[in-house]
Design a protein around this ligand. Structure first.
Ligand code: SF4
Length: 455
């Protein structure tokens, strides 16, 4: 598939791929690994507006669309099989660019694909993991978030909410799959504010009460309804927390109250201990909080809480992927000078591995990455219009048709107010693929933009 936006992240790795793979495979639990990643063999991810993929990292290789395709058709469909075959060949070419970056950086501990090694492979052919990201309802406006993932940001920007795609019929279709699920993961928006999740949780509790229900939450919500459903099921938590300092936290997680969140975190942590379920914190290391990551690891080790560091690519102006050479040196010197206490428990050992993975990830950052080439749509249109005259004037006619289609697609998808999306697009992507791009019809541009918007 034409991967317009993720080519930005393609890097030349210094280690040949087969050696990287062999190094990675040594860290994996199974002795026999028939696939580089098990996501399409074990999981489905249900994204906004009906997009279904193998995982939340790969939003480019669509496996189908709900409700046009049933869940069963998607799971057994040709696109899912195509991705399976690709990964069996150890190829990350079908939309797995984000994983490719982590692998090339030898960030094996943060490698998304590695998470699927831990999930069971059902002998009856049913998926064992479902990931749900059905709606963007959220009370926060975090600085690294976008209108696609926060209804509050969308409201502020005057972007109209789309009619919900997932409904009672979707919940009914899930019934066939729930008995075979080992884990169901819920993302948002803020999951505890998304009404259809309560319907799905009720079904899971009734049909498969041992299923692990993982909620990635900002921990701002805690009320009687939430406490009731928590008591009925086995809930696991992944808490999004980007700072342990009140001021910094509230600057990053706009609208949240740090003290209230820490109280809720304490409640959820006690619940997890009582029910013997998982309780982890995930941090988005960005330019505003990189200095706090060692403190997070210490906090995790003091409280025996797993700390997971995401690799943040967007928005570029906050991403560590666009740090300067001096910033990179400072971060690495700071991180490498930290002396942690010896790790005793598995969680503490894993936290230290995650921290080393983050160091690897930062070491792999290319120097001089282009920062914010397009500030807004107008910048992008202007550049697209001028580009052929500077390179190949014979493309001018097709190019102007492409720009016109591109503008129509942006308008049709109501993306004009999304100022972050053009910032995700790299000139280098266009430069490398311009001749192919200008052949695209409007529908294909819409599909590409939609995938990019969800990436
Ligand atoms: S390799 Fe990574 S991006 Fe691709 S399906 Fe697996 S987890 Fe998803």
């Amino acid at each position: 598939m034409l991967s317009l936006l993720t080519d930005l992240f393609k890097r030349q790795t210094e280690t040949p791929f087969h050696l990287l793979l062999s190094e990675y495979n040594k860290t994996r639990p199974q002795k026999q690994n028939f696939s580089l990643c098990y996501a399409p063999f074990k999981a489905l991810y249900f994204g906004h507006r009906g997009l279904v993929t193998a995982c939340c990292y790969n939003r480019l290789q669509s496996l189908g669309r709900w409700p046009q395709n049933s869940i069963s058709e998607i799971w057994n469909g040709p696109m899912a099989n195509e991705l399976r075959e690709e990964l069996k060949k150890n190829s990350l070419q079908k939309g797995c660019d984000a994983c490719a970056i982590q692998l090339e950086a030898k960030n094996f501990s943060g490698f998304k694909a590695a998470q699927f090694d831990m999930s069971p492979l059902n002998a009856n052919g049913f998926p064992s993991v479902f990931e749900f990201e059905l709606d963007n309802t959220c009370n926060l406006e975090c600085i690294m978030c976008s209108p696609q993932f926060s209804s509050s940001i969308a409201n502020r920007m005057g972007i109209k909410k789309h009619a919900p795609v997932y409904n009672g019929q979707f919940v009914t279709q899930l019934e066939e799959f729930i008995p075979h699920l080992h884990e169901a993961k819920f993302y948002g928006g803020e999951p505890f504010m998304i009404p259809i999740y309560y319907d799905i949780w009720d079904k899971i509790v009734a049909i498969n009460p041992n299923c692990h229900i993982l909620v990635q939450t900002n921990a701002t919500q805690l009320n009687t309804r939430i406490k009731d459903i928590l008591e009925k099921g086995r809930f696991y938590f992944n808490i999004s927390l980007d700072s342990l300092e009140k001021d910094n936290y509230e600057k990053i997680r706009v609208n949240a109250d740090f003290d209230r969140v820490m109280e809720n975190i304490n409640y959820l942590h006690q619940y997890a201990k009582r029910k013997n379920t998982l309780f982890e914190i995930s941090v988005c290391p960005i330019k505003n909080n990189w200095h706090e990551i060692p403190r997070f690891i210490e906090y995790g080790n003091e409280n025996n809480i797993g700390i997971y560091c995401h690799t943040v690519f967007h928005p570029k102006h906050l991403s560590l992927q666009t740090i300067t050479v001096d910033e990179k040196r400072t971060i690495l010197e700071t991180y490498k000078s930290v002396k942690f206490k010896d790790a005793v428990t598995e969680i503490q050992k894993r936290n230290l591995r995650h921290f080393r993975g983050l160091i690897n990830q930062i070491e792999s950052i290319e120097d001089g990455v282009e920062e914010n080439p397009f500030q807004n749509w107008e910048d992008l249109y202007a550049w697209l219009t001028e580009y052929p005259s500077q390179t190949d004037p014979s493309l001018t006619m097709q190019s102007s048709k492409f720009v016109s289609h591109f503008k129509q697609a942006v308008s049709q998808m109501n993306l004009e107010n999304d100022y972050r999306l053009p910032q995700r697009i790299s000139k280098r992507d266009f430069e490398g693929q311009f001749k192919m791009l200008i052949m695209l019809e409007k529908e294909r541009i819409c599909e590409m933009l939609e995938n990019a918007a969800h990436h």
